[in-house]
Ligand binder design. Sequence first.
Ligand code: PEP
Ligand code: MG
Length: 748
Amino acid sequence: MPDRIESESRKLLGRLRAAMAESSAGQARLDRITRLIAESMGCEVCSIYLFRDPETLELCATVGLQQAAVHKTRMRLGEGLVGRTARDRTVINTANAPAERGFRYMPETGEERFSSFAGVPIQRLGEALGVLVVQSRAARVFTPDEVYALEVVAMVLAEMTELGAFTGGEGGMSPRHQRPITFRGLSGQEGAVAGRVYLHEPRVVVTNPISDDPEKELTRLHESIDLLRVQVDQLLAGTNVGDGDETAVLEAYRMFANSRSWMRRMEDDIRSGLSAEAAVEKEQSHARARMGQASDAYLRDRLHDLDDLSNRLLRILTGQGRDTGAAMPENPVLVARNIGPGELLEYGKGVLKAVVLEEGSVGSHAAIVARAWAIPLVIRSDHITTEALNGDTILVDGDQGVVHLRPDDAVRKAFEDKVAMLARAQERYAGLRDLPAQGLCGTVVSLQMNAGLMADLPSLPTSGADGVGLFRTELQFLVRNQMPKRAELSAIYARVMDAAGGRRVAFRTLDIGSDKVLSYMKPQDEPNPAMGWRAIRLGLDKPGVLRMQVQALIRAASGRPLSVMFPFIANATEFRQARAEFDKAIEREHILGHPLPASVEVGAMLETPSLAFASHSFFREVDFLSVGGNDLKQFFFAADRENEKVRRRYDTLESSFLELLYGIVARCASAGTPLSFCGEDAGRPVEAVALAAMGFRTLSMRPASIGPVKSLIRRVDLLEARRVIEASRLRGDESVRPALTEWLAKQP
Ligand code: PEP
Ligand code: MG
C-alpha cells in the first residue's frame, strides 16, 4: 500500500476518533463524520445509510444531497445501488451510476447530478449494519486505494454503530438492540416459554477500533497470533493420530493460522489506522460475506475455518470469551449459533427454559437433547445471535418456530394468553393421567412413550405412559466423546428398567449412521447416508458393538423381562442374523453362569417399505413389530425427512400410505404378531386417531403428546372413525385428512 494513502487513511481515522470522543449527540456525530470523509476524499457527496429495521435502510446523514431527505429517504434491502451494496455485502464502484443495473432515482435527494458512485457495506462480523456512500460529479471510478480507505472507515463506523455512538439527538436513530424483533425459524420442539436471553458465546465487544500507534497494535497482533498457533497445535496434538480425517481438517486449520496473506491483510489494516481487534474483524467480515456467496462446499468450509480462527483470535486479543462472567438470568433461554449435545448437557436438566439456534436441524443431537428435556427449541433463527443481548426479554413459541425478542406489550399479552391456555390444557391432561386411552366404542389403545436419556425417565409416571415403546439407545453413544463401556451401558439400562417399575421398555439397538454420527467413529463419506451404511447394516457388518450392547441389555435385565428390537430391518435375513447374535449372547451368558432375563421378546422396526412385503413366515417369526413411521414415510414418498423443502410435502394420511399401513396391520393380525407405531405421527392427535382406528393398538410418542392424544381418543368412537376413513378411501380421496378432520370437528 502506498505510504501516502496509508497516512491519509490514518489522518482521517485520527479525525474520526476526535469526532467520536466529542460529547455531541448521535446525529451531530454522523453529520460531522460525513463532512470529514467528503473533505478528505475530495468528493461532493458522502452519505451514511443505516438499517432502520432488518429490511429497510434509511439515509441518516449526508453532505452533498438535500438535507431535507435525511431520515426521509428509505429503501428496501436490495433496492437501488445502496440496497444492493447492503444485500450483497460487496462494494459497488462505478463511474456511471445511472447506467448501473438497479439504479433507483430518488428525486428528494437531487442525486441525478452525480455520476460516480462508490458504496461500501458497513458491516460487523458479517452482519450488514448500513452503507457508506461517496459520489462525485466527475465520471470516474474510485481507485482501489480509495475504496480500501473507505472500507477501513466503514469498519470503524460499524464498531461505532455497535457501541451506540449514533443514537440519540434530534432525529437520530433509535439505539440498536432495543427495538422489538420477531424471528421466524423452525420448530425443533414444541412449547411456549417467556424468559431472558443467555448467550452461549457472548458477543466480543471492541471498544477501540482506531489506533494511533500501529507498532503497538502490530505487536499485539503478532503476540496473539503466536498464542493462537500454540492453541491450534495443541488441538492437533490432542487428536488421535490414526484418525486421518480429523487430522486433515485440523491441518487445514493450522495452514490458515499460518497464512501469510491473512496476516498481511491484517497488518495493512493496522498500518492504515485500525486497532488489532478491528483489523481481525474487518477480515472476518470479508470472509463471512464471501462465505454467504460461495457455492463451492470446500471453499465454504475453509472460510468457516477462517471465521472460527478469527473468533479465537478476537477472544485472545480482547480477553473476552465464554467465561465473561455474565450472570445467568432467571428463566434463561439459551441463544447460540449452534451447540453440540455435550455442551448442551453441561447446562444440566431443568436449568434452561428454551433453546434458540441460528443453525441446527430438527434431527440434530442438540435437538434430541432439547426434546428429551421437553423444552421448546427453535432452530434456523437467522441473525438472532447478532441481535440478542444477555438479559433481553425473549418469548419462544416452539409450536410455530417463532421467537419474539424485546417484544412490545401487545405481543407479550398475546403470548401470555397462549401460555395460559397451554397450562390449562396441561391441567386437563393431568386429570386424565390415570384413565385409559379408551374410545367411546370401548377399544383401548396402549399409549407408550419414546425415550433415550436418563433425563426422560421422570416423565414415565407423570405422563401416564403404559411403558416405553421406543428407547433410542444411540443417545447414550452420541452424548459421549468415546465409546461407552459395556458395564457402563448395562448400569444405565438397569436404571431405565428400574425407573419403568415393571412396565415394558422396548430397547432399540444402536441406530447410528445417517444424520447420527459418532465423533469417535470414522466418518463415512457416503453419497446418501439416510440410505447408506446405518443402523442394523452397520451392526451386522461390524458386530462388535452390537454384541457388546446386547450383552449389556441381557445383564441389565438379570431376572426381569427383556424387550429388544433391531432398527431399520429391510428383509427377513437381516432380522435372522441379528436374532442369531442375540441368541448367541444369551447362550454365552448362560455358559458364564450369569442370570438370564425372565423372558425375552425380540422384535424389528419396520422402517423400509420392503419389510411390509416380507414373507408371512417373517411376520410369524418376529416377537413384535414396531413401525418407525418417520423413516417409513420418507422412503415411501422418497422425501427426505430432514429436508425442509420436501419434509411436509406428503401427508401421512394420504390414502396410498394408509394402504401400506393397512397391509401391515392385516399381516400382523393374521400372524398374531403384536404391532405398534412409534414415529412422530403417533403423537399427533388426528394421526393417532387414524392409526388407532386402523388397528394399531400400541402407539409410542413423546411424553408431552400422551395427554393430547389420550384426550382425543377418549372423545371418539374408533369404529366410526374407521368407517369415515374407509368411505374416504372408497371415494378415491387422495388424503383422508379432510374427511377425518371434518368428522372430528363434529364430535362433542
Ligand atoms: C422412525 O424412523 O420413525 C423412528 C422411530 O426412528 P428414528 O426417528 O429414531 O429414526
Ligand atoms: Mg428410524
